[in-house]
Design a protein around this ligand. Sequence first.
Ligand SMILES: Cc1ncc(COP(=O)(O)O)c(C=O)c1O
Length: 299
Amino acid sequence: MALFPFDDRDGFIWFDGALVPWRDAKLHVLSHGLHYASAIFEGERSYAGNIFKLTEHTERLFNSARLLGFEIPYTTQEIDDACQQVLAANGQVDAYVRPVAWRGSEMMAVAAQQSKIHVAIATWAWPAMFADRMAGIRLDMATWKRPHPETAPTASKAAGLYMIGTLSKHAAESKGYQDALMLDWRGRVAEATGANIFFVFDGELHTPTPDCFLDGITRRTVMQLARRNQIKVVERPIMPDELSRAAEVLIVGTGAEVTPVREIAGQMFTPGAITETLLDDYEKLVRMTPEDAAKRLAA
Ligand SMILES: Cc1ncc(COP(=O)(O)O)c(C=O)c1O
């Protein structure tokens, strides 16, 4: 597959308050965010010109920054507007939207209290992450564990937390799997490397309690969609030896959307009716106007 590098594309990136030509959106190699992972980001999707749950994503961006000890130097409204602005400048309606914020170059040591906070927003076309969705994907078991919340700011979408995600995903891909299921430090089921996970047990939808990993916006949306369909939702600690009892397994996230899972490290599952209902409902919901989507979820 020919690579289409992300630093060599046409279009615009919103960078510290203004649109700049895509190839000019550069930072210096001596940036604290690069050396010390003092960076946080968001992942959003625009459908037919509406960024799904835009303000929730922006609020999480601000919260992630606070969890890393810095403030984004804009208002949430300014960041919401900037996301729309860069999408329009790139002439896109269906796209992935990536805001990122990081500490700059003023200080290059662990302490970086005086560093400037930078923010950039890029958008790019990103079709469904996994083709032939109902076929389901294959997950391996990761060897890395999601850390204790006193070990890392686990509620933040912090760049540093993706280090073990990338290692786990690479290990899984090298064995022919598409992704990996990560356990937490206690050995409980946590999530995939970039998406939350659900299981169908006895007709109910079960998902791990998000006490040391991201409580995804898609996760919360899917729980609402399930309840609207009179499917009971249970958040609880889930142990890996329970997986063999699951009738269906699915992962959910902005990138993954709703993706059925057909295998976890040799255990097979058949994507079924509950997964299909949630997948269809999610696809319809994200294509509604924000007002209609809010009404649908409130009904
Ligand atoms: C590690 C991780 N967990 C969960 C999620 C799902 O979060 P959301 O549904 O808010 O995109 C993501 C994706 O953004 C992620 O990277």
